[in-house]
Design a protein around this ligand. Sequence first.
Ligand SMILES: Nc1ncnc2c1ncn2[C@@H]1O[C@H](COP(=O)(O)OP(=O)(O)OP(=O)(O)O)[C@@H](O)[C@H]1O
Ligand SMILES: [Mg+2]
Length: 464
Amino acid sequence: MPLLPKSTCDCSLSSSAVEQSDFFNGVGHLTDSPIPAYAIDTDHVITQWNRACAILTGMPASTMLGTRNQWQPFYDRQRPVLADLVVDGGLCGPIQHYYPGKVICSLQMPGTFVGEDFFPRMIHGGKWIQFSAGPMYDRSGKVVGAIAMLQDMSAQKHAEEALQKGRADLEQLVIERTAELMRRNVELTLANEQLTSLQQQLVQAEKLSSIGLLAAGVAHEINNPIGYIFSNFGTLGQYLSQLMEMLDAFEKAEPLISQAVVRHDLGALRERIELDYLKADIPVLMRESLEGIVRVRQIVQDLKDFSRVDNAMQWQLVDLHPGIHSTLNIVNNEVRYKADVILVFGVLPDVECLPSQINQVVMNLIINAVQAMGAVRGTITIRTGCTSQTAWIEVADDGCGISAENTARIFDPFYTTKPIGTGTGLGLSMSYGIVSKHHGRIDVDSTVGVGTTFRITLPLRQPL
Ligand SMILES: Nc1ncnc2c1ncn2[C@@H]1O[C@H](COP(=O)(O)OP(=O)(O)OP(=O)(O)O)[C@@H](O)[C@H]1O
Ligand SMILES: [Mg+2]
């Protein structure tokens, strides 16, 4: 920081201004003055060196008076000081040369110059000195010398420096505190985002757990009747085959019936009820019904799995690819008229999971992909891959796509855009629940009119 404001030195002072500058004329008071001061004559010889000046400079009057050593307390080699320059006429050029940017003309006292500088050579490790010098006149107004006044500014400067340092320290502190606050703010924002996402997950989990409860209730109610239907059906099958045996025996005995009328009636009855067809159809109906019952039992089991009431579910280390193949087999009927399936399988390590549930997720995704197809036959691409920590399965279709606003809702239970009877809107919310239970994630990327890709990412190992 400049010590004094830079000012152009106006050295073209009028003679009347010089005449007015009689401040320094009281030379007689110099000795007693508390202000450090000295005077020189036109030969640059020191004529006065007061006590205050001796104390400030550490140079007694006895060593200074009568010499031209006024530079000595301030500089390490001889040079003109401000008083010398004033005696020489106070010209702008020399003043600028010896005190570049450090001295200005006094506004209060024309002809007088004021400056401030640090003098490292001075006693006590150097001093900040404010100095001024002006001409001395005799009664006729002739310049007879110059007088210089000094003021020790060191204490004030040190105080200023301390203040400046204090301010800088404070600024630094403010910067540090602000940075700390901003860091905390970032942390808080992050924590808040995590909380919001956790809350969303909780809401999702809440929705799913109510579905789970419903499913558990339904599964429980259906489980018993389906149990006795299944066991009765077995018995019924047995009875029927025994009846068939009996019927065969009767049929064999039929020609032996002697009464023609009875024989004729039996024959007519056999034709009316199409006994041969009946005999052929009954086992088919039985088999199909059994399949139906088995499927219902499986659905009930799935419902129980979904609702997690069945604790017997075993986490297993499995290759996901066979599961995808068997799932494709199961849904083959749905897929084959609507789309071609392309498999792009990567090399997968075994994944710790509940395989039947992962299959169910894949099945939901494949069926959704099929249902997204329009009149034109489409393509479903199933890809797999892995990273060091995760394995992923992608089901991509070139179907109708999902709009951005609907994407936010597709995992909601009962959200469906399909006609009544086609979709319940549970497929994706169940899938979401299953994948969450596996500590994995399910992502969707979709463009309306282009297609949709679902990706399930699963950790290779479940956290302990
Ligand atoms: N591959 C896809 N392409 C286009 N839309 C999809 C796709 N997958 C899901 N959707 C949209 O998300 C909705 C919800 O899907 P979700 O599987 O949960 O229910 P759903 O298929 O309608 O019924 P459900 O699966 O219970 O039979 C669907 O109705 C559909 O609008
Ligand atoms: Mg679905």
